[in-house]
Write a protein that binds this ligand. Structure first.
Ligand code: AMP
Length: 491
């Protein structure tokens, strides 16, 4: 088995690796470090969690240990799709370069230009940046890329998803043709293939897992879920999420919960908090300081549930995430690979549970096609009739406000044959009507209801009818006169 000491790394780097507690290189490290140290271009096809960050930082530190950077002319460039990933790469440099004198700067959005300008002005060996911010600095004339000797593109497939490919192509064009390129992607989409064919020169191709495969040490499952009614689906889905979390018990030490939409990230985080779960959201619309604080809290183990969007969580390295919950089936199948790659890192076991509503079944089929396996169906912990048991929407104030149900207004109709406690009965009505009548008319409220009703309802009319002394037997004295008259007339 390859050892770090077999890899020709700088002794000071080896010391830092030993202090980090790493004993053997991971496959991507064993595969990428030797050609990188030889100065070759590298195409690393590896998902996050495989140790790919060290596979480029370790040789870079070794190669940059000699030499000095000039003002505004960085000697190396690492491009990352998100601020968090860039910050993480910067941390990796801090860890592995702690015994080597190297300067670095982090150029990410949401942080003031001034501080970044100062760092660049001093001269940096390693510049870690998101593409947009790097180009902003370049356009302001603060940065010269002519001295870049090593350029790294990390998570290229995410760059593609985020529309950064034109920026990447432009940055390639701004760096010297003779630079060394280390290029990493979890998947090789045709567009990525095109970029690598254009900008990499005879790269050493290291593929540590089959394209778009998911880690074998991750137990996966999907719960098929249908809300009892459309307007209750969201509430019931959050209830299901809580049940799934509870079902994992203590095994779920911490988790990242992915939602497809930023809005849901906020709603799910708020709802979980309301139910007593230690949760916080992270997505691109939150300000950088809040994102950093949340992430630091999660890494430190102070926060148990991180509710995240794909972009914000991309490439996050939190070594001990026990679970990933996919609140939604991702709409881009590759995101599934990235999402569940947050758990089961560095050889640990992980669990990834997903909720699939009927309209996401097509996305689920895409995911299964991509990962070339069927994701096992799990039982719904709420049981088959979860919908019926679902908590009233009012219990979750992040939910849509409970609407007045039609069922309720329909109920009297359905139960029209039954007497209603709070509605007056016909007999009561007759009694009340009767009470309003003069004493002479208040007779015989018992007996057959219909004649009574008829008589009470029509008593006022009887006054306007023609008077008659003829009594109709069996209809009572108060029978309206016209009824009697009609009988008389016929006869
Ligand atoms: P990455 O794929 O770069 O995000 O790394 C995933 C995790 O693996 C990080 O937490 C690293 O600290 C860890 N790691 C990197 N290299 C090794 C190694 N050789 N042995 C054990 N853990 C490692």
């Amino acid at each position: 088995m390859t050892k770090f000491s077999d890899l020709n790394l700088n002794a000071k780097v080896l010391k830092a690796i030993a202090e980090a507690g790493y004993e053997t290189p991971t496959p991507i490290q064993a595969g990428a470090i030797p050609p990188a140290l030889e100065g070759r271009d590298v195409l690393g096809i590896a998902q996050t969690g495989t140790g790919k960050t060290a596979s480029f930082t370790l040789p870079m530190i070794t190669m940059l240990a000699r030499g000095r950077a000039r003002a505004r002319m960085p000697r190396s460039l690492v491009l990352c799709p998100t601020r968090e990933l860039a910050a993480q790469v910067a941390e990796n440099f801090d860890t592995y370069a702690k015994h080597v004198k190297l300067t670095k700067a982090l150029l990410i959005g949401g942080v003031s230009f001034k501080e970044q300008d100062t760092a660049i002005d001093k001269g940096v060996d390693v510049l870690i940046a998101t593409p947009g911010r790097l180009l902003d600095h370049f356009e302001r004339g603060k940065l010269i890329l002519n001295d870049v000797k090593i350029m790294v593109v990390d998570e290229a497939d995410r760059m593609l998803d985020m529309g950064f490919i034109p920026d990447i192509e432009r940055i390639f064009g701004l760096t010297p043709f003779t630079r060394q390129t280390l290029f990493f992607s979890a998947t090789m989409a045709p567009e990525i293939e095109r970029i690598t064919n254009t900008f990499l020169s005879n790269p050493a191709r290291i593929e540590v897992a089959r394209q778009a495969t998911t880690g074998e040490n991750i137990t996966q499952g999907v719960v098929m879920f249908k809300g009892s009614r459309k307007d209750r689906e969201a509430t019931e889905k959050r209830k299901l999420l809580r049940a799934l979390i509870d079902g994992e018990g203590d095994k779920c030490s911490n988790a990242i919960i992915f939602c497809n939409r930023k809005m849901d990230v906020d709603v799910v985080a708020k709802s979980l908090k309301k139910y007593g779960y230690d949760a916080a959201p992270i997505h691109g619309d939150l300000d950088q300081s809040q994102r950093t604080r949340t992430l630091d809290g999660f890494r430190a183990g102070d926060l148990r549930f991180l509710v995240a969007s794909d972009v914000a969580a991309r490439g996050l390295d939190v070594p001990a995430v026990s679970h990933v919950f996919n609140f939604d089936v991702p709409s881009h199948a590759e995101d599934y690979v990235h999402r569940i790659g947050r758990t089961g890192r560095a050889g640990r076991d992980g669990k990834a549970i997903m909720i699939c509503v009927p309209r996401d079944e097509k996305n689920l089929a895409d995911v299964e096609r991509l990962v070339e396996r069927e994701i096992p169906r799990m039982d719904n912990p709420l049981g088959a009739d979860n919908a019926a048991e679902a908590a009233p929407a009012a219990a979750d104030d992040t939910a849509e406000k409970p609407k007045k149900t039609r069922t309720r207004s329909r109920k009297p109709k359905q139960d029209a044959t039954k007497p209603q406690a709070d509605a007056p009965s016909d007999t009561d009505k007759a009694k009340a009507d009767d009470a309003a009548k003069p004493d002479s008319a208040r007779k015989d409220t018992s007996g057959d209801k219909k004649p009574q009703e008829k008589s009470s309802r029509s008593s006022s009319r009887s006054q306007s009818g023609k008077g008659s002394d003829n009594r109709v037997v069996g209809l009572g004295d108060h029978t309206p006169d016209f009824i009697g008259l009609s009988f008389q007339d016929r006869e």
